[in-house]
Design a protein around this ligand. Structure first.
Ligand code: AR6
Length: 176
């Protein structure tokens, strides 16, 4: 079974086979993690993305990592939170599933996700994290190439959230 873990980091610094970008449907960059990835990867990424012609919500596209330590970038477009009755949960799960399937098809072993949709797209972070962990766990059973999945959290709150979901909370306060 692959390793699932959470860490607090800037995803652009991770030395993994692929990092996931929480992009928008133009794939031409933006704020948040998308802006950070485009800045760190360099202008060649934007030129490559222009040729892709966009990406629908829930889907994923692959590009080289260019100047990132990661070899590839998987760009996925999360749903904008609109109250929860517009198919947001299914779209968010599809983002994680499609990234994992693309990575597995390319024989990639290590992959890092940011908290897709949980920033500018306003997805409630607890639900977003729970969908992320549940979807990744279920998909990995049929994707044998993947060895390590990192949930890359930007804030300490997100790290605690993911550690709780992954069952990695250390017991504290016990003296015996
Ligand atoms: N490393 C890891 N996580 C990060 C980083 C980083 N360098 N920077 C931000 N985060 P967001 P979304 C976290 O807003 O909600 C863009 O404009 C952040 O704290 O980046 O899917 C796109 O072009 C949050 O937990 O993505 C779209 O228009 C998480 O990444 C739109 O934002 C996702 O926040 C997508 O919004």
């Amino acid at each position: 079974m692959p390793i699932l873990r959470a860490l607090q980091a800037d995803i652009t610094t991770l030395n993994v086979d692929a990092v996931v970008n929480a992009a928008n449907s133009s794939l031409l960059g933006g704020g948040g993690v998308d802006g950070a990835i485009h800045r760190a990867a360099g202008a060649e990424l934007l030129a490559f993305c222009r040729a892709l012609g966009g990406c629908g919500a829930g889907e994923a596209r692959i590009t080289p990592g260019f100047r990132l330590p990661a070899r590839y970038i998987l760009h996925t477009v999360g749903p904008v939170w609109q109250g929860g009755r517009h198919g947001e949960a299914a779209l968010l799960a599809a983002c994680y599933r499609n990234c994992l399937e693309l990575a597995n098809a390319r024989q990639l072993a290590t992959l890092a996700f940011p908290c897709v949709s949980a920033g500018i797209y306003r997805y409630p972070p607890d639900t977003a994290a729970s969908i992320a962990v549940t979807t990744v766990r279920a998909a990995l059973e049929r994707l044998p190439k993947l060895k390590e999945i990192i949930f890359c959290c930007f804030s300490p709150e997100d790290l605690r959230r993911y550690e709780r979901l992954l069952g990695a909370v250390k017991k504290q306060g016990f003296t015996s």
